[in-house]
Design a protein around this ligand. Structure first.
Ligand SMILES: C[S@@+](CC[C@H](N)C(=O)[O-])C[C@H]1O[C@@H](n2cnc3c(N)ncnc32)[C@H](O)[C@@H]1O
Length: 206
């Protein structure tokens, strides 16, 4: 007897539209296999999260992005590669961390090259703020981590200040991994010879 053919993965199946955004989502039900959940906040065109999902089939990945065109592109690429361990959510980063993801549900969170908002009058729009750090911390399991990367030195200094004032984190070394996939922006900045600033934070008990 022949086994039934697996349903082909389509971009629509990668795009996650929660039944409700007013209550915490059941994220474990999003993926066919259980595994540590990694979240890429503001994934852009998704080169990093797509490559990570391909490289780590034993992990599950959720990518958030506010721009519809970018969401569609990441969904298309994930579907083409058959990545059932990647879902893409078109929702605001802070809202996702603060309200949608259940507490303690995430192993690793990535924030790569968030918009720097260089004008002083716009700095309140920066993603890395005390409220966002607290929201991400709530979503992480104990020992879970947040990895921040930026090319923008003033924003990096801002991040360091926010981190220094936050509770419930300790610093971790950034593991050397020459094969770690680059984000779209990272590849561009490296090609321009720009330095990349990185911080890795581990959630502690208190
Ligand atoms: C500078 S790009 C970096 C993209 C990607 N992380 C990379 O490194 O290539 C920042 C991305 O975050 C998205 N973004 C900005 N603010 C956001 C928000 N509040 N919620 C969700 N996505 C957001 C933007 O649309 C953009 O795609």
């Amino acid at each position: 007897m022949s086994t039934p053919a697996a349903t082909p993965l389509t971009p629509d199946l990668v795009h996650w539209i929660p039944a409700s955004i007013l209550e915490p989502a059941s994220v474990t039900e999003l993926f066919p296999q259980s595994g540590p959940l990694c979240v890429d906040y503001g994934c852009g065109e998704g080169a990093f999260v797509v490559a990570m999902a391909k490289r780590h089939p034993e992990r599950n990945f959720l990518a958030t992005e506010r721009l519809a065109g970018r969401v569609e592109k990441v969904c298309r690429n994930a579907a083409r590669l058959g990545l059932s361990n990647l879902r893409v959510l078109r929702l605001e980063n802070l809202y996702t961390a603060k309200f949608l993801l259940p507490p303690g549900s995430v192993a690793v969170s990535y924030v790569s090259f968030p918009d720097p908002w260089p004008k002083r009058a716009h700095q309140s729009r920066r993603l890395v703020q005390p409220e966002f750090l607290a929201a991400v911390r709530r979503t992480l399991a104990v020992g879970g981590e947040l990895r921040l990367k930026t090319d923008d030195l003033p924003y990096f200094q801002w991040m360091e200040k926010v981190v220094a004032e936050a509770v419930g984190w300790e610093r971790g070394d950034w593991p050397e991994d020459p094969a770690e996939p680059l984000t779209n922006f990272e590849a561009r900045f490296i090609a321009q010879g720009l330095p990349i600033h990185k911080t890795r934070l581990l959630k502690t008990e208190a």
